[in-house]
Design a protein around this ligand. Structure first.
Ligand code: PHE
Length: 442
């Protein structure tokens, strides 16, 4: 049998998984949510939800994949082998659809980032009309840039796990960090930034118990850690079996939260700089709109800074494009791994087939944008992701017995905490998650 492609080092795995986690959710979603939900209060609740629920879910997802050393459909099938193998595989396939759903809207938004980056470059080169076209929303622009982004992701995926995903994550993640820090240093020197810092870092604790805030924080945490579509499971399966997953999960969570926190240090002060320069940024306590933040307020701010502003704008949108690319590849890998392992397709064929399906899905969203775009995001983040997580907890805590070191004392090698951790995943997590889920749904 051919040897399964895999990550060649622990750090390779951590960077790839952090690449999946760190995406538009961190750089756009997190600061927007924080700005709309009490600044530091949101950060505070976000940290609690991440520790109590999101990291355990990430652990369960990676653990299932790592033990099975197979794609998510087979991995969940194996874990449910004794009690309900069919249902396990079905859940894996639902996750696979979740990955396609994620890609269908994510590649559109990522395409916007690319076109905005190019818009600043073309403005720098004095192609004014082209630059305006690139920064103006249009169906044609979506039809051109969404496929470009899908092809970029496919170009990495078809090279394989080690030569594609691991190598590119290791190249792109440090670039992302350097660009982010450079942008923060620049923005914090502008007038008005200090007020933004204050708003962001000093929590308004009156908002901490708002149900809306807790629910937004949970949705944000699950999306941000890429939980519930199988991407982390498939990455876990490419790592050598029986690694200390707890430590790895903590590193991924820390990196993801750190970048989200840094993005807040960039975006929220930038909003106040824009306000200081006379732009309208807030209506009442809320931002004037999610889309406006990235595509109007910040570009207008960059424009007002002259040619240095265009360089900053290029950097900013490239940063977002890179973050989106490494997230896109983890979701693409889910159906690709399934097709390669179960349907015996070559990696190249599987990659292009999946990319074709994603293209059709995303173009459907472009065609029926008003009806579908928000709906797909909502179904994914409020239904598919939380329900998949609930299923992972139930699998790890209740269904999968043989070979499960969280349940089988003889496999714990004297590590008592594994049993305690197992009970936490078995009892506490499903209840907590159900309580929040019921609040979201009803
Ligand atoms: N975590 C990514 C982000 O924050 C999004 C993502 C969700 C990626 C689900 C893969 C799977 O943008």
């Amino acid at each position: 049998m051919a040897v399964r492609d895999s990550f060649h080092s622990r750090i390779g795995f951590v960077l790839a998984a952090a690449g999946s986690a760190i995406g538009l959710g961190n750089i756009w979603g997190f600061p927007t949510n924080a700005a709309n939900n009490g600044g530091g209060a949101f950060l505070f609740v976000y940290l609690i939800v991440t520790l109590l629920l999101a990291l355990p879910a990430l652990y369960a997802e990676i653990y299932i994949g790592n033990q099975a050393q197979k794609n998510p459909v087979s991995a969940l099938g194996d874990a449910c082998q004794e009690k309900m193998p069919r249902f396990g595989r079905l859940a894996g396939k639902i996750g696979l659809c979740g990955a396609i759903m994620m890609l269908s809207f994510y590649t559109i938004v990522a395409g916007w980032m690319l076109s905005h980056a190019l818009s600043s470059v073309t403005e720098l080169l004095s192609f004014h009309d082209l630059s305006v076209w690139l920064s103006t929303d249009s169906t044609l622009r979506n039809i051109i840039f969404t496929p470009i982004f899908i092809i970029l992701g496919a170009a990495i995926i078809h090279q394989g796990v080690h030569a594609g995903i691991e190598k590119w994550s290791a190249r792109l993640m440090p670039v992302l960090l350097i660009m982010l820090i450079g942008l923060i240093v620049y923005i914090l020197q502008q007038e008005g930034a200090a007020e933004g810092l204050r708003q962001y870092l000093i929590p308004d604790f009156n908002q901490v118990t708002e149900p809306k805030l807790i629910i937004s924080a949970m949705g944000q945490a699950f999306f941000s850690l890429s939980i519930g579509v199988g991407g982390m499971m498939v990455y876990g399966s490419y790592m050598e079996k029986d690694r200390d997953i707890g430590k790895l999960v903590l590193s991924i969570g820390a990196l993801d939260t750190f970048i989200a926190f840094l993005a807040g240090l960039l975006i929220i002060p930038a909003l106040y700089v824009a306000q200081h320069a006379g732009q309208q940024v807030f209506t009442g306590d809320n931002l004037i709109g999610e889309g406006q933040l990235i595509f109007q307020i910040l570009p207008a701010l960059f424009n007002s800074m002259g040619s240095i502003g265009l360089v900053v704008a290029t950097g900013f949108f490239l940063l977002l494009s890179i973050a989106a690319l490494t997230s896109t590849i983890s979701s693409t890998e889910v159906p690709v791994a399934y097709l390669v392992e179960e349907k015996k397709l070559s990696r190249r064929k599987a990659t292009w087939l999946v990319s074709g399906v994603v293209l059709i899905a995303s173009m459907t969203l472009v065609a029926f944008f008003d009806q579908l775009f928000g709906l797909v995001i909502q179904v994914l983040t409020t239904m598919v992701q939380p329900l998949s997580c609930l299923f992972y907890f139930i699998v790890v805590g209740w269904i999968w017995n043989r070979g499960n070191k969280l349940r089988d004392k003889s496999l714990q090698g004297g590590k008592k905490w594994l049993g305690v951790w197992g009970n936490y995943l078995r009892f506490v997590c499903p209840i907590l998650l159900t309580v929040v889920f019921v609040n979201v749904a009803f």
